[in-house]
Ligand binder design. Structure first.
Ligand SMILES: [Zn+2]
Ligand SMILES: [Zn+2]
Length: 95
C-alpha cells in the first residue's frame, strides 16, 4: 500500500486520490460531454487520462498541449468521466 499518494480536496467527493488529465477531460467532467477517454498509469503509478484529440496528437501538437499542462482531477470525478465515455476503469491492480 502506497501511502504517499497525492491527495486532492474535491468539492464533491472530499479528500480523494489525485489524477492528472488533459483540459478536455476536465471539461467533460464538468459539462458531461464525452470527448474520448484514454488512461494509463505512469512510472509513479499516477493515473493520467487524455481525450481522443490529445491521445492521437502528433508530437508537434503534443508539445502545444503540454504547454497548457495537465490538470488535476479527483479519482472519483475521473471515474465519472470514464463512465460518461463508456470506459470501464479496472483499478483493482492499482490499489
Ligand atoms: Zn484533451
Ligand atoms: Zn471529485
Amino acid at each position: 500500500m502506497n501511502t504517499s499518494k497525492n491527495q486532492i480536496e474535491c468539492s464533491k467527493h472530499g479528500s480523494s486520490e489525485t489524477t492528472y488529465v488533459c483540459p478536455h477531460i476536465l471539461q467533460s467532467a464538468k459539462d458531461k460531454e464525452p470527448r474520448g477517454f484514454h488512461w494509463h498509469t505512469d512510472d509513479q503509478h499516477d493515473i493520467q487520462a487524455f481525450c481522443d484529440q490529445c491521445w492521437n496528437a502528433s508530437d508537434e501538437e503534443w508539445e502545444e498541449l503540454r504547454k497548457e499542462g495537465c490538470r488535476l482531477l479527483c479519482l472519483e470525478c475521473l471515474k465519472a468521466a470514464a463512465t460518461l465515455n463508456e470506459v470501464e476503469m479496472e483499478l483493482s491492480d492499482l490499489m
